[in-house]
Write a protein that binds this ligand. Structure first.
Ligand SMILES: CC(=O)SCCNC(=O)CCNC(=O)[C@H](O)C(C)(C)COP(=O)(O)OP(=O)(O)OC[C@H]1O[C@@H](n2cnc3c(N)ncnc32)[C@H](O)[C@@H]1OP(=O)(O)O
Length: 425
């Protein structure tokens, strides 16, 4: 690795074991300006994976910066890949802009590669932070505001389903909701599942301090005639009384459904709760069924937000782990200032014809002339199939060395299901 480290004199990278939990949390609280109380801490499980938590110590031995990573299985087009999910990154405000994050990223890359994780992914606190390290913005999610009563097109089977509404219980509901969450995201790139008990429970906890004047989190579940859960929404209503009557807001934390009928039934319920006027949706994939089922999509107020950022740490391993939407034979000339093993020309070739439209690729070093030249950041952005190589060329981010190669490569690197991760880690 081309080392990026430029720590000030006397600083050093250290592992942060669980015994330093209090110090770890204090560092991140200073960085993120968040507070907590013993009441909230008693409810919210700590998700920090201390066996994968690192920091930077100042010369006096105190923690100046921290980060951790989750061992995820990242769904990618047609498959999945071992992924190091970077998280809890924080540098104390009095230690920032001295290269501490840069050094931590260096160590994160090395450790991830040593563990056999060819890809890293993250949610970025701010847009400007991670591109310099080769992370590309690989997915968007949509946050929509809808009016009560927004009509949906008919979907066969919806009328056979029933909805139950109750108060959410993180312990009682976590397993059944996790099973639905997994089923709902099958085949969707980026749909990271919550593979530990703490991560499952963390999505459902509801300390009073987080309610912002709303009710406790409620749970709407959609059931088929056999009683099986086919979809769910976690949500809270906030009471708003006006001279004109009640205009409550519904805030949906998560809404997932295993099929179109369940999505239709779920949203029909959520969009027609008594006393309410508006519904704020959760993080939705940009191709979510709701957006297609709405009779009048003009009625929504959408906001598009960057979702997962992806960094290819081992280009050939990462590109081999995904499938391609069309046959391709393209030579990529990759720039990677931080991980030189990725740099240079790679031929991506698909061969035998698959029955499911998901083409496997061979990825090999080549001396042949490049078709397309791009930074590893843009390759990371393409990785989940949610960005278009042709759009990157049009935006001036990718150089089309052989312009005729772009259309075919763009089709192959795309994917028919939009990537998204439904929760922030
Ligand atoms: C995956 C996650 O956990 S996302 C959470 C990230 N954490 C936060 O946002 C909490 C608040 N902020 C912080 O803790 C810190 O400011 C961090 C982690 C964002 C940056 O840490 P620093 O140690 O200051 O970064 P470092 O000094 O290594 O900066 C490297 C380069 O990135 C730039 N940079 C760092 N942060 C930012 C930012 N927020 N916006 C724009 N540029 C930035 C620096 O200017 C520097 O540029 P240069 O190389 O041209 O001089």
């Amino acid at each position: 690795m081309a080392t990026m480290s430029r720590l000030p004199e006397g600083y050093r990278v250290v592992a942060v074991p669980e015994t330093r939990q209090t110090e770890f949390l204090e560092t991140d609280r200073l960085a993120f300006a968040f507070d907590s109380t013993p009441e909230t801490d008693a409810i919210v499980p700590l998700t920090v994976p201390f066996d994968r938590t690192m920091g930077v110590e100042a010369p006096d031995g105190s923690l100046a910066a921290v980060h951790a990573s989750f061992p995820f299985t990242l769904p990618v087009p047609g498959g999945s890949v071992a992924c190091s999910g970077l998280t809890w990154v924080g540098v104390r405000p009095d230690q920032r802009r001295r290269g501490l994050l840069t050094t931590m990223i260096d160590s994160h890359f090395t450790r991830s590669l040593d563990r056999g994780e060819p890809v890293s992914a993250l949610f970025a606190a701010e847009h400007a932070i991670y591109g310099r390290f080769g992370y590309g913005s690989a997915a968007d999610d949509l946050r929509v505001k809808l009016s009560r009563g927004a009509a949906l097109r008919d979907v066969p089977g919806s009328a056979d389903l029933t909805v139950r509404f109750t108060t959410l219980d993180a312990f009682a509901h976590r397993d059944v909701l996790d099973a639905v969450h997994r089923a709902a995201g099958a085949g969707r790139p980026g749909w990271i599942t919550r593979d530990t008990e703490v991560l499952r429970r963390r999505q459902l906890v509801d300390p009073p301090a987080w309610r912002d004047g709303g009710e406790p989190l409620r749970l709407a579940t959609v059931h088929d005639t056999a009683g099986e859960v086919r979809g769910y929404a976690t949500l809270r209503r906030k009471d708003v009384w006006t001279e004109g009557g009640p205009r409550y807001e519904v805030r949906v934390r998560e809404a997932v459904a295993v099929d179109a009928a369940a999505a239709h039934r779920l949203w029909s319920f959520v969009l027609d709760l008594d006393l309410t006027a508006t519904v704020e949706g959760p993080m939705l994939p940009v191709d979510d069924a709701l957006l297609h089922q709405l009779v009048d999509p003009r009625g929504i107020v959408p906001k598009m937000v960057d979702n997962l950022w992806v960094r290819l740490l081992d280009v050939p391993a990462a590109l081999t782990a995904r499938r391609y939407a069309a046959p391709v034979d393209v030579v990529l000339d990759v720039r990677d200032a931080l991980l030189p093993a990725n740099a240079g020309r790679w031929r991506v070739t698909t061969a035998t014809s698959p029955t499911d439209g998901a083409w496997e690729a061979r990825v090999e070093r080549t001396e042949d002339a490049a078709d397309v030249a791009l930074d590893v950041r843009e390759l990371g952005a393409l990785y989940l199939g949610g960005r278009s190589l042709a759009a990157q060329v049009r935006a001036g981010l990718v150089t089309p060395v052989r312009a005729e190669a772009v259309q075919g490569a763009a089709s192959a690197f795309g994917w028919p299901v939009a990537p998204v991760c439904s929760w922030v880690f």
